[in-house]
Write a protein that binds this ligand. Sequence first.
Ligand code: SF4
Length: 299
Amino acid sequence: MYIDDQFPIQYIDPVYRPPSEARSLILPVTNGCSWNKCSFCEMYTDTQKKFAARPEELVLREIQQAGEQLAGVRRVFLADGDAMVLSLRRLTTILEAINIAFPALNRVSAYCLPRNIAKKSVEELKILKNLGLSMLYVGIESGDDEVLKRINKGETAQSTYDAVNKIHLAGIKTSVMVLNGLGGKLLSKQHALNSAKLINRLQPDYLSTLVLTFHKGPERFSMAFGEGFQSLNTNELFNEMYTFVSALQLENTIYRSDHISNRLALKGVLGKDKEKLLEQIQSAMKHRQGFSDIRLQQI
Ligand code: SF4
């Protein structure tokens, strides 16, 4: 546990937040993730990160004390991986306290699992939206049901669609994440194409792609995936990205591929920047292969 006598909030390390929340006050309302079974995810595997909702009185006290010390806070990110698992009553109480503590507040955000949204109605989500919850980050990982099953995501393309659609109906913005390389060599093409298909249905506000990475080794992931998992090399990752971006048909989605795991930083607005992004991926592939014979997969 990280305790700073001078800081009003206690953290149990490690604490994660999206890159775009770098300027936000990170407020843990839960510890860990209630699902915690995705075979690629190492975020909350340490014993101290076992899932639990943090005591309500503690969270409310921290909000009040943070308000006294950091009244200029404009953004709050509700950590850990699973804030939306909390009941409507508890989320409402927390958001009301945040609004009182931080008069300059203009945005509250959180990670969210589709399964948590399934338990809330659009009307309930609208109540949270009206209290300042304006962005939810959804790790969809893949739009391919076979990949989702093999990584033990506990979701399908349809359950993810239903959740994100509900969030949009409530007027809350979404930032969705897809994991490049998640299907290995075996499922690379269907992972890319079905992920693009799902993203096209969702039309999210933000989209980011990260690369499958194992800090603690690939054994747990490979065992769950079953026979045939082979990691993609850098060119194969680029090739998968090319297939994915080629198949995207988005109207106005801000796209980022600038996480530390990415081999190639990409930024743009889709669809208007689609051709530019494809050229950048193609150029990266050519560069790696010394302008040798490149054959991009054709859709
Ligand atoms: S739902 Fe998210 S935080 Fe939880 S185990 Fe899966 S990837 Fe990790």
